[in-house]
Design a protein around this ligand. Structure first.
Ligand SMILES: [Zn+2]
Length: 113
């Protein structure tokens, strides 16, 4: 392993991109039972993603680039918000609505001072 970085041509950047072959990365890949081991590199502006499939010598054995990334953990948070609103009954919603308008009035009072 003579080179100190993994370098590839990114069609989205239309340029070469590289990451360093750190000891940490090498150790990580060596521990994997199944190779090649895929790693995702977020880079560029606007950000996009290259998936490198690394073999035991940290050579790239197949590469994909995409601009699409879906964060399901974030989607889960939105789902929880929806469930909370659905779980409240009409009385609870009216109470929250009144409290919110009280807060709104206090904000306006503070802004007037
Ligand atoms: Zn790129």
């Amino acid at each position: 392993m003579s080179e100190k970085s993994i370098r590839w041509f990114c069609p989205t950047c239309n340029d070469f991109v590289s990451i360093r072959k750190t000891e940490e990365l090498k150790e990580k890949v060596m521990q994997m039972e199944r190779l090649p081991y895929p790693i995702i590199i977020k880079h560029g502006n606007p950000p996009h993603y290259t998936i490198l499939q690394l073999d035991r010598d940290l050579r790239d054995r197949g590469r994909l680039t995409t601009t699409d990334y879906y964060d399901l953990t974030n989607e889960g948070a939105l789902e929880q918000k929806g469930n909370l609103a659905e779980s409240l009954d009409k009385e609870q919603l009216e109470k929250i609505s009144i409290e919110l308008s009280d807060i709104q009035q206090k904000i306006w009072q503070l802004l007037d001072k």
